[in-house]
Design a protein around this ligand. Sequence first.
Ligand SMILES: Nc1ncnc2c1ncn2[C@@H]1O[C@H](COP(=O)(O)OP(=O)(O)OP(=O)(O)O)[C@@H](O)[C@H]1O
Length: 241
Amino acid sequence: MIELSRLSLGYDEKPILQDISLIIDSHLNILGANGSGKSTLAKAFCGLLDYTGKIIIDTKNLKAYEAKERAKKIAYIPTKLEFYDEFITLAEFVLQGRFAHKESFLDYSDKDRSIASANLELFGLAHLKEQTLSSLSSGETALALIAQALTQESEIIIFDEPTANLDPKNSKIIAEHIKNLKQTHQTVLITHDLHLAHYIDSPVLFLQEKKAHYFTENFFEDDNLSSLYDVKIQSLAVQYA
Ligand SMILES: Nc1ncnc2c1ncn2[C@@H]1O[C@H](COP(=O)(O)OP(=O)(O)OP(=O)(O)O)[C@@H](O)[C@H]1O
């Protein structure tokens, strides 16, 4: 469970979100216009950005979590890889998801390797495992990021625009994985993809003008979407079913 209490955050003197209070105990979609603060909020959830107010994860203040303990609680899946070793293989990359479980100065255990290997299989990546990460396509990289996060075995998984740059088939594969993971993990989906968000289902946190608006129902109705996004949206069709 994630509890936000009077949460405000931003960069230096630039406020991005102000005074958000909310309890999230199941899946949550986070939507909002470009620059509304979705990724900023996700960074705060992962302890990567300072804030005022409180973020409580499973009754414990996020600031009291030690890094490895926090990683076992929350995995953040970015839209794309920003910093990585260009010579690392896919197999090594997915195995790195076990860092929070590994004893410092010791090698990965057989159990670590077997979990990483199972996730490579699960996401249909096993045949690419010796390829360098930099040689993978965008779709393969998106799947690799999810495989690594699952290897981390965190209880909460945050997906940041997982279908950005993906073709319709890979988008559908990712959508199905998120829908399945929602049954066993607490999932948070940040997206502009209204079809994906609708398929995964409510509730929705819509970020706008530094505020967060929480919708448990009716979010996906045309009038509501048109008003929130300030563009006419008609008959949102569910295309992932
Ligand atoms: N390191 C930073 N320093 C200063 N401002 C930043 C920094 N990172 C992000 N911002 C600003 O914070 C605001 C929110 O950015 P954020 O990436 O959270 O938006 P977003 O809702 O995820 O946007 P998008 O949908 O375009 O990905 C933007 O105005 C952005 O320019």
